[in-house]
Write a protein that binds this ligand. Structure first.
Ligand code: ADP
Length: 160
């Protein structure tokens, strides 16, 4: 069984994230969207909220599992029996950081490889932080996030 992990903060999950997922889902038997619990960061959405929103946005897709993890992603991958990490690329600066991370993960566990998927052009400028910035000022983010995430954002910022 070919298993992959798509790790990230997903604070919140965007249509850019969904686009990457849709393009890799057919390649693997099971793909786990793994929300990183990072105690050093102060996210807008709790891990549980992020998991619920991702589940809602991916419920129409088969072979997708949503979970969370803490610590090293290679350790988490081992527990899940996965040997591939999936990461999305928007621009060259993403690639520079992602390449370093992929090399480090490979050093930590030589069984784990990383595949990079380039984003669709329409999502190349979309990031969770930009979406939050716009939504916090009451701007529409309908084109960039699943509808459940849009509602959740407006509720968080009380712009409904
Ligand atoms: P992290 O904090 O790990 O970068 P993110 O939630 O920001 O977590 O991103 C998770 C993954 O999704 C990363 O590989 C990132 O490059 C990718 N990603 C983020 N936004 C987009 C987008 N608009 N299109 C494609 N990939 C994206």
């Amino acid at each position: 069984m070919k298993r992959a992990i798509y790790p990230g903060s997903f604070d919140p999950f965007t249509l850019g994230h969904l686009d990457i997922l849709q393009r890799v889902v057919g390649i693997f038997d099971e793909i786990t969207v793994a929300v990183l619990h990072n105690p050093n960061k102060k996210p807008l959405f709790t891990v549980a909220e992020r998991i619920d929103l991702i589940k809602e946005a991916t419920e129409h897709m088969g072979h997708v599992v949503v979970d969370s993890f803490e610590g090293l992603v290679v350790d988490y991958a081992k527990i899940k029996g996965a040997t591939t990490l999936v990461r999305g690329l928007r621009e060259v600066s993403d690639f520079e950081n992602e390449l370093k991370m992929a090399h480090m993960n490979r050093h930590l566990d030589s069984d784990v490889g990383t595949v990079f998927i380039p984003t669709s052009p329409e999502y190349s400028f979309v990031s969770s932080s930009l979406v939050k910035e716009v939504a916090s000022h009451g701007g529409r983010v309908t084109a960039f996030v699943p509808s459940g995430v849009e509602q959740a954002l407006y509720q968080k910022y009380q712009k409904v």
